[in-house]
Ligand binder design. Structure first.
Ligand code: ADP
Ligand code: ADP
Ligand code: MG
Length: 462
């Protein structure tokens, strides 16, 4: 996949993120011959990203609002380093249109879509309208944002119960509440409004019918502003608190016709947007009716992107950099083939025995598996102190096989060959999960993992 021509327009890349994704971005830039600058907080000066990058710029104190979310500090680092491009990773400012615009206003390249596209898709209520206009079905819901309880109660009559109250500016599984009836809606709506205002600086809400027993299936796209292609789908139905913990590609339940139809809808919507860069369109799949509903678009690289890389052989972060550097896509849909199956397990610094309480610490023993078909994306090294201030993701264990059965078998062995001491993690949880027949039969939906966790607690298991 690596071509020898280097990306012309990016002469130096500022990595505006931390953890495993900062490392991932630095590696992709190195492969393209692009020098890198790690923009990090004071808590991260010893991080693997800081060690691997060609230069380091310290943004400020550990707190994210003073470092990774501090636009002025990032613009300062951009100027001081002489970098001419910024990769925002995921989370933090990756879907912040004002940040993208501020970067572009300095004359530098923002590795992602235009500020306008980020704005349109970042507002989830507006994204629903955009999807509908492109002929992509959405979950039945309120036609737009709701600011008053009266409006919400009225909209709910058409939507029907149970429903979800969602924040237009929400993300990361936060800002979503269930209401089973009108009185719950009346109770939850003002709370959701306050919460959205505090968490996202925007109190706008919308309603969506709750689809029970749905699967979360999402489509990876790449666009160059003119053309878009898809890299097939991922299934991410195994979630805790609406956050993914185990992901795979392709979805084990779609037939080729369904896959074709779904992926074509994602390309249609991306081309309607004139989409530039890597993006993901998330859908819910109602297995009972066979219907797909668009829920949102993430206008950035996603945590689970490696499974798509393994089944297509395409390096998505390199592709992001090439597109940002002005290269045309250079990929036709017919060039992109689905090869085998891939799984990703998120290893978090959380203690499953203590309700997933965060458990940062100092890495003692650390051994990663090295078998064929195994990839580990991680920023850990022995002696590394995991700071308590950020996301709990420690590593992503990713396996590839000729088919799902082989990938699952490899995952079990890979998990046995992981040693990580110094903190509690979700490694053991994945080992238990891999022993479950329902996982092997792909017999699950977005509520399955929570039910399984609740049953384990009842059974007194760790
Ligand atoms: P993915 O779909 O890539 O798995 P996640 O939803 O897990 O993405 O989000 C990736 C990271 O970004 C997480 O750390 C999450 O907390 C953070 N994140 C995503 N969206 C937002 C948002 N709107 N506000 C704050 N953090 C967010
Ligand atoms: P975020 O922006 O936080 O990622 P999403 O809208 O993507 O929020 O939803 C996160 C998760 O919540 C989905 O993956 C799914 O499990 C669940 N979910 C979202 N919308 C619905 C719905 N209408 N019905 C049932 N579950 C939903
Ligand atoms: Mg989502």
């Amino acid at each position: 996949m690596t071509r020898t021509i280097s990306t012309q327009a990016i002469s130096k890349l500022l990595v505006a993120n931390r953890g495993e994704i900062a490392v991932r971005i630095i590696r992709a830039a190195k492969a393209l011959g692009i020098p890198t600058v790690a923009a990090c907080s004071e808590a991260d000066v010893d991080s693997m990203a800081a060690r691997l990058a060609d230069e380091v710029q310290v943004l400020g104190p550990a707190r994210a609002d003073q470092s990774y979310l501090n636009v002025q500090a990032l613009l300062g680092a951009l100027q001081a380093s002489g970098a001419n491009a910024v990769h925002p990773g995921y989370g933090f400012l990756s879907e912040n249109a004002e940040f993208a615009a501020a970067v572009e206003a300095t004359g530098a390249i923002f590795v992602g879509p235009s500020p306008d596209t980020i704005r349109r898709m970042g507002d989830k209520a507006e994204a629903r309208r955009t999807a509908q206009a492109a002929g992509v079905p959405v979950v039945p819901g309120s036609p737009g944002e709701l600011f008053e309880l009266d409006m919400a109660l009225q909209a709910a009559e058409a939507v029907g119960f149970p429903l979800l109250i969602k924040a237009s500016a929400g993300g990361g599984g936060r800002g979503i509440r269930l209401a089973e009836n009108a009185s719950q809606l009346a109770e939850e709506f003002p709370r959701a409004q306050r919460e959205a205002q505090t968490a996202f600086g925007n109190g706008a809400l919308y309603l969506e019918r709750f689809i029970g027993k749905a699967r979360h299936i999402e489509v990876q796209v790449l666009g160059d502003g003119k053309h878009a292609v898809h890299l097939f789908e991922r299934e991410c139905s195994l979630q805790r608190r609406r956050q993914k913990i185990f992901e795979e590609a392709p979805s084990p339940v779609l037939n080729n016709l369904q896959r074709e139809t779904l992926c074509a809808s994602a390309v249609r919507l991306s081309e309607a947007l004139g989409y530039r860069g890597a993006g993901t369109l998330e859908y819910l799949y109602d297995e009972a009716s066979g219907e797909f509903f668009f829920i949102e678009m993430n206008t950035r690289i996603q945590v689970e992107h490696p499974v798509s890389e393994l089944v297509t052989g395409i390096d998505l972060v390199q592709a992001q950099l090439r597109i940002a550097g002005g290269e045309p896509l250079g990929l036709r849909q017919s060039d992109i083939r689905l090869n085998g199956a891939a799984l990703q397990m998120r290893i978090n610094a959380e203690d499953p025995a203590r309700d997933f309480f965060p458990s940062p610490g100092v890495v003692q023993e650390l051994i990663w598996p090295q078998e064929a078909g195994v990839r580990v994306d991680s920023h850990l090294y022995p002696g590394y102190r995991v700071p308590p201030y950020y996301d709990s993701l420690l590593a992503k264990l990713i396996v590839h096989g000729r088919d799902r059965g082989e990938a699952l078998a490899r995952a079990r062995i890979a998990l046995e060959h992981c040693t990580l001491s110094g903190m509690a993690s979700t490694l053991g949880l994945h080992r238990e999960l891999l022993a479950e027949p329902w996982l092997h039969h792909a017999d699950f939906h977005t509520g399955t993992l929570e039910t399984w966790l609740a049953a384990r607690r009842m059974g007194g298991a760790a």
